[in-house]
Design a protein around this ligand. Structure first.
Ligand code: ZN
Length: 120
């Protein structure tokens, strides 16, 4: 069994492409794009929008409604541990002969580590 969705951009049918033309003779229309859904059990954003342009037209038009689906009134925070390590690295310097020379230096690498919060 195959499933289909119509593109959810309310203006999909106003975009002038050959692929949207339907009808015969003098009764031609531009029609909303029909999208084949291959895996309904694992929905994908492009099961609902025929392309990026339609997705973004929809997002621009309904951004407030979308944000109100899951309002964010305050920031969230993820506990982390910062690890700083020194390591030898190189930068390249242009010299007077028009060539590059390799110059060693000690770089500081910052690593962000997750904190296991399950016990806390
Ligand atoms: Zn569309």
């Amino acid at each position: 069994m195959s499933d289909y969705n119509w593109c959810h951009n309310p203006d999909c049918h106003k975009i002038q492409t050959q692929s949207r033309i339907r009808g015969s003779g003098d009764n031609k229309v531009l029609r909303t794009v029909k999208i084949k859904v291959y895996q309904p059990e694992t929905p994908h954003i492009y099961d609902f929008f025929c392309n990026q342009n339609c997705l973004h037209q929809f997002l621009r038009k309904f951004c407030r409604e979308i944000a109100n689906i899951r309002p964010v009134k305050q920031p969230s925070e993820t506990p982390i541990k910062i690890e700083k390590t020194k390591e030898e690295s190189y930068r390249y310097r242009h010299n007077d002969n028009g060539a590059y020379e390799r110059v060693p230096y000690i770089a500081t690498r910052t690593t962000i580590n997750s904190v296991d919060n399950d016990n806390g």
